[in-house]
Design a protein around this ligand. Structure first.
Ligand SMILES: C[S@@+](CC[C@H](N)C(=O)[O-])C[C@H]1O[C@@H](n2cnc3c(N)ncnc32)[C@H](O)[C@@H]1O
Length: 266
């Protein structure tokens, strides 16, 4: 599949879903406007203070997490390839009276568009599966970080990714560079919502590939935590974990659902 094909398939899908997501209870924009942070408590704790730090959020969607970091004191920039997402992010920043810059661009083009470097790059929760080339992604991160700058990646675990909606083993853990071309209507916030652009192309980047790509790009891995909890109800039989996260019921074997990785640019 050519570069243009995966990009245009995925972009069409995301453009259509932004307006569904901004109204969804999962994203809870109302709650955010009345002071709620969209980030998890553990995530905020793990990140440490962001006060006064420059933070770039890659694949920021409509900016809820980006603006949550702004509320915690970071000088934020959000980047996403969806024009509708960036439009909504700018609107949300205005409504929340928060300072933020939002840029509409493909991740891989970011170093050509953004001249400055950042103290922190934050990304994840369903982000890197949209990118075909993990080595190029890692190089992009390295280019955009200041010396001593930190990558904070919180992502869906590649093991969670191989299970289908019925908790069946649905997808390969290892696959070729062409990725997986799927057709799925609706979206994760509102399953039964009628949608037109239902194709998607995804890549499941396993932990070995992500770490090797970052190391080859010159970053130093500081921490890798795997977790059996995730911030959304991936399967309807999941239980609340008590910290706005969800876990599998006790009678299920535990599997990794999310991971958090921190890397430093020496
Ligand atoms: C699930 S969201 C992840 C963001 C965040 N975790 C959230 O839920 O708001 C994935 C985002 O990646 C963006 N995206 C996908 N491929 C991209 C690319 N090549 N360049 C920039 N943004 C991209 C989509 O537009 C979407 O907003």
């Amino acid at each position: 599949m050519s570069d243009d094909t995966w990009l245009s398939i995925n972009k069409a899908r995301w453009e259509e879903r932004v307006s569904i997501h901004t109204k969804s209870s999962l994203y809870d924009v109302e709650g955010f406007l009345s002071g709620r942070l969209s980030l998890g408590d553990q995530e905020i704790h793990d990140m440490g203070s962001v006060k006064g730090k420059s933070l770039l959020h890659l694949q920021c969607h409509f900016g809820l997490d980006t603006l949550s970091w702004a509320r915690l004191g970071a000088n934020v920039t959000g980047l996403d390839f969806s024009e509708e997402a960036i439009k909504q992010a700018k609107k949300l920043a205005e409504q929340a009276e928060l300072e933020a810059e939002f840029i509409c661009a493909d991740v891989y083009k970011a170093p050509q568009i953004i001249q400055n470097q950042f103290d922190i790059i934050y990304t994840g929760i369903g982000a890197i599966c949209w990118l075909p080339d993990i080595n190029n992604w890692a190089k992009t991160i390295a280019q955009l970080l200041k010396a001593d700058g930190k990558l904070f990646l919180i992502e869906i675990h590649p093991v969670e990714w191989i299970f289908g909606n019925g908790f069946d083993l649905a997808y390969d853990y290892f696959h070729g560079p062409e990725g997986l071309h799927l057709i799925e209507s609706g979206t994760y916030t509102d399953g039964d919502q009628a949608t037109i652009n239902n194709d998607l192309v995804n890549w499941n980047h396993n932990l070995g590939k992500v770490i090797t790509a970052l190391v080859n790009a010159g970053l130093m891995i500081k921490r890798l935590d795997e977790s059996d909890e995730c911030p959304f109800m991936r399967w309807d039989f999941m239980e609340k974990a008590g910290n706005s996260r969800y876990k599998l019921p006790a009678e299920y074997k535990s599997i990794p659902l999310m991971y958090t990785l921190e890397a430093i640019k020496p």
